[in-house]
Design a binder for this molecule. Structure first.
Ligand code: BES
Ligand code: ZN
Ligand code: ZN
Length: 516
């Protein structure tokens, strides 16, 4: 679905960009049509069906005439705003034609489009969305209306805590659908938690570095997970890390007045004897580059260099709250990369928990350092059946794949292609980059076991090779580089610009697909 075109269409009708309030959702089998706003879908102007057909009859054909007058396109996601059709104050007609059928993530996109279209005119919304004529790709795990609600919820986000004047307004979204009870259950007991997890991830990644450093991040995780069944949060501080000889994670934190933390969320919802899945996130609360200082251009955005860790937190939130019958360990390596007087220098050699050494070529290649100790620790302590790590790791991945795809790197290409399929099902897409023997060659150091960056290209693969050195070769391992995808300069259907909480939907899908 092309959001930019939708945005152009909205602009033509006097809509401006959104600032958004939080909505509540309900599911009903029939609507009294009393809500001031309504949404209907149209995929064929010659053969109107569902709520659109009923409205056309009620308006004595006025609906079709107005659509023709406005050159309405039935293309999926195209939006037309109309007023006073069959006496309705406001009507959004949305194109729903898709030759392949509408997929789960496209349903979420539709929900996002509804939210952004409505909020562009007012912050208080009372809308009924009529879902009785959508043609779907496959029988998705969830009812269409629950997915539309979840997409709306995902889009329904603003970060206004530092604005003196807050976004105000209360929104009520009623989804009118035949299987209202099942939809309610899907949304309230499952998809709602995914959207909340995404919002949690965005909150953490958007928070400025002065208010989000490792200690604060760890406290937020403890608070967010307290009281959830089968969850334990462990926080390792500097003394603990010293005991484990985590010189790489400690090294990155040395230039900052804020000490690093290693935070582990244990969620044991499955069988006691089943090995867990491990999710490891890079949690650099601010990346100045350290002594290898970045230039100022765009440096402010490095407040979101913890987006991998915040996505792990958001995913754990969703899984634990819905009580998935599975064991999952989320681990977040938190440090602030600053050029302080005790900061590590290029040329320094650091010890790692594994017992090997790393020579520092650039203190700005810090994500792989904190992850080296984190992934080693999680393998030692939890013997996972699979390890996925996620990080805003390299400009190289962002240059290669822009914001369409996160980079996926594995030792086994088959696993990468499986991840591409998971991506399609989740709505968050990944594309493989290689891991070749030459990438390991490039990180050989003359004085230590490895060095933290190579002389040249490809940067994303070299970074992965550093982490791979700390991952057991027989363990299924997925490396995700999200440097290009998390922070958006423009809105997309399911997220306003800024951090989109990338990875929550992807990792959530990975976990779902493991549940037998
Ligand atoms: N956090 C950055 C990567 C990044 C870049 C994230 C742009 C989001 C947007 C990472 O720590 C970094 O600085 N990587 C360097 C590595 C280099 C020094 C080997 C890079 O990619 O330039
Ligand atoms: Zn860096
Ligand atoms: Zn970084």
């Amino acid at each position: 679905m092309n959001f930019k075109k939708t945005a152009v269409a909205l602009a033509l009708f006097g809509f401006t960009s959104a600032s958004i309030a939080q909505a509540t959702f309900s599911f009903v089998a029939q609507s009294d049509m009393k809500a001031p706003s309504h949404v209907v879908f149209v995929d064929d102007l010659e053969n109107l069906d569902g709520a659109a057909a009923r409205l056309n009859t009620a308006s004595e054909g006025q609906l079709l005439k107005l659509l023709a007058l406005n050159d309405f396109e039935t293309k999926l996601g195209h939006v037309q705003h109309l007023q006073m059709v069959a006496g309705l104050e406001s009507l959004l007609v949305i194109g729903s034609k898709d030759d392949n059928g509408i997929s789960a993530s496209e349903l979420q996109d539709l929900g996002g489009i509804i939210a952004s279209s409505l909020y562009s005119t007012t912050k208080t919304v009372d809308v009924a969305v009529h879902i009785d004529n959508l043609t779907l790709t496959d029988t998705t795990l969830f009812t269409p209306s629950a997915l539309i609600a979840s997409g709306y919820h995902m889009r329904d986000y603003s970060f206004d805590k530092y604005k003196t004047k807050k976004d105000e307004g209360k929104s009520t979204v009623t989804l009118v659908t035949q299987n209202a009870e099942m939809a309610e259950n899907h949304y309230q007991n499952d998809l709602k938690y995914v959207a909340q997890g995404i919002h949690m991830a965005r909150d953490i990644a958007t928070e400025p570095g002065n208010n989000m450093y490792p200690e604060v991040f760890a406290d937020k995780i403890k608070a967010a997970f307290s009281g959830i069944d089968n969850v334990k949060v462990k926080v390792l501080d500097v003394r603990d890390m010293e005991k484990y000889n985590m010189g790489a994670l400690l090294g990155v934190g040395k230039g900052s007045v804020h000490d690093p933390r290693l935070v582990i969320i244990e969620y044991l919802g499955g069988d006691k004897n089943t090995a867990p899945i491990a999710l490891a996130g890079k949690g650099i609360t601010f990346d100045t580059g350290g002594i290898s200082l970045k230039d100022n251009d765009g440096m402010w955005a490095m407040k979101s260099d913890l987006a991998g860790a915040s996505a792990v937190a958001g995913t754990m939130h969703a899984i634990a709250n819905r009580g998935e019958k599975i064991n999952v360990i989320g681990i977040m390596a938190m440090a602030e990369n600053m050029p302080g007087a005790s900061a590590i220098r290029p040329g320094d050699v650091l010890d790692t928990m594994k017992g090997t050494t790393i020579e520092i070529m650039s203190t700005d290649a810090e994500g792989r350092l904190v992850l080296a100790d984190a992934v080693y620790y999680v393998q030692q302590e939890y013997k996972p059946s699979m390890l996925l790590n996620i990080a805003t790791l390299t400009g190289s991945a962002a240059r290669a794949l822009s914001d369409e795809y996160a980079a996926v790197i594995t030792r086994d290409f088959e696993l990468s292609t499986q991840m591409m399929e998971v991506g399609k099902r989740s709505g968050e897409h990944v594309w493989p980059l290689p891991l070749h023997a030459n990438h390991f060659e490039q990180i050989k150091s003359p004085i230590a076991d490895i060095k933290n960056s190579g002389a040249g290209n490809p940067g994303a693969s070299i970074a992965a090779a550093v982490i791979a050195t700390f991952v057991d070769e027989s363990l299924p391992w997925v490396h995700l580089d999200i440097a290009g995808v998390d922070w958006l300069s423009e809105d997309i259907d399911v997220s306003p610009k800024g951090s989109q909480g990338w990875g929550v939907r992807f990792m959530d899908q990975v976990v779902r697909e493991q549940v037998k």
